[in-house]
Design a binder for this molecule. Structure first.
Ligand SMILES: C=C1C[C@]23C[C@@]1(O)CC[C@H]2[C@@]12CCC[C@@](C)(C(=O)O1)[C@H]2[C@@H]3C(=O)O
Ligand SMILES: O=C(O)CCC(=O)C(=O)O
Ligand SMILES: [Fe+2]
Length: 364
């Protein structure tokens, strides 16, 4: 038996939605399992606009601009997505994480499957978690890294010490820079809401400062013989406070009820920032977590690197007191990131509604 089918077979206890397509064996048609030609009917998106992608410029914010705080606030309230320039992340590090990611996804399928994510796990190789909500599979593969990349690298490059160390060094440096950037962005965005936080750490019930949690997600979208029939990553909102994204080519689309699908092209030297559901809760609905998706293309292997930044897992997130008054009652109940992920794992596109307060009560 070929080693790839053997790996799939020996992992038969894994739910099917974790396994990406074996892209090495794809010829010139999109298999039925990956053909997205039926209406999805999620997030109440008008599916007649599915293939119409408009180019409307999303905000570009220069962190060196003296008006950055005000501009960030406006972008978060209207778009929920923006490009950020002068972000302080070394540009050669962004190139390096992209090439490490390319090296990882270029490994033989058999090797990548050695680092397959466990059921219910977050770290390792596999299809994005949201895959289980869609009737068809997504044209992508992903790799999640929480904390140290060492265990993964050992499985991926067991006998190549140089490859192993290079991957770990770049991932660790990128995680460090992303954490710094996210702390800075969070503080600027909170300032735009009139909240001043000197200390980016979170204080739990014990009074001990706690560190934010994060996940580094490498996404790969192999070339596709019929891009109009396939979907790289289905429509979703992120759960984080914020997500910082690097993409090596066009493919990110965001959705607005007024405009429909909008292309977010890569901008040189910029990173993309996305507001996640937990920031919508924290800001009492002022900041928008925008529905987005990733398309695929015929000629270019697209890569994206997403850094999800959120609160410590056991810290409750609720609308900030300063944003709540008789005219602005709390719109959401308090939840930890873990609780919210569990609600999202069951209710997906309805998760934010489930923690909404109506008449003083929430549904979930
Ligand atoms: C912490 C998390 C955010 C995430 C769900 C998860 O538990 C682990 C994977 C994350 C990720 C990465 C790819 C896109 C995404 C929507 C998905 O399917 O898995 C996000 C999730 C999210 O933001 O909800
Ligand atoms: O690849 C992209 O452009 C989008 C990826 C994404 O939305 C995610 O990882 O949450
Ligand atoms: Fe996303």
């Amino acid at each position: 038996m070929n080693p790839v089918s053997e790996a799939y077979r020996s992992n038969h206890l894994q739910p099917n939605y974790i396994f990406p397509l074996d892209f090495e064996s794809v010829e010139d048609v999109v298999p039925d399992s990956h053909t997205w030609n039926s209406p999805l009917n999620m997030f109440d998106i008008d599916e007649s606009s599915e293939h119409v992608i408009k180019s409307v410029a999303v905000p570009v914010i220069d962190l060196d601009d003296p008006n950055a705080v005000k501009l960030l606030g406006q972008a978060c309230e209207t778009w929920g997505v923006f490009h950020v320039m002068n972000h302080g992340v070394p540009l050669n590090l962004i190139k390096d994480i992209e090439s490490e990611s390319r090296r990882l996804f270029s490994l033989p399928t058999e090797q990548k499957l050695k680092a397959i994510r466990s059921t219910g796990g977050v770290s390792g190789y596999g299809l994005a978690h949201i895959s289980k909500f869609f009737p068809k599979k997504m044209w992508s593969e992903g790799f999640g890294i929480v904390g140290s990349p060492v265990e993964h690298a050992r499985k991926l490059w067991p006998d190549q010490e140089d490859d192993y160390f290079r991957f770990c060094d770049v991932v660790e440096e990128y995680q460090k820079e992303m954490k710094k950037l996210c702390e800075r962005l969070m503080s600027l965005m909170l300032s735009s809401l009139g909240i001043n936080t000197e200390d980016p750490n979170w204080t739990g019930s014990t009074g001990e400062p706690k560190d934010a949690q994060s996940l580094l997600q490498l996404n790969s979208y192999p070339v596709c013989p019929d891009p109009n029939m396939a979907m790289g990553m289905g429509p979703h909102t992120d759960s984080s406070f914020i997500t910082v994204l690097h993409q090596n080519g066009p493919g990110l689309h965001l959705h607005s009820n007024q405009v429909g699908w909008v292309e977010v092209p890569p901008l040189q030297n910029a990173l993309i920032v996305n507001i996640g559901d937990l920031f919508t809760i924290l800001s009492n609905g002022r900041f928008v977590s925008r529905i987005h998706r990733a398309g695929v293309n015929r000629t270019r292997h697209r890569l994206s690197v997403a850094y999800f930044y959120g609160p410590p897992m056991d810290v409750k997130v609720s609308p900030l007191m300063k944003l709540v008054d008789p005219d602005h009652p709390p719109l959401y109940r308090s939840v930890t990131w873990n609780e919210y992920l569990a609600i999202k794992a069951k209710n997906f596109d309805k998760a934010l509604e489930m923690v909404q307060i109506e008449d003083g009560k929430s549904i979930a």
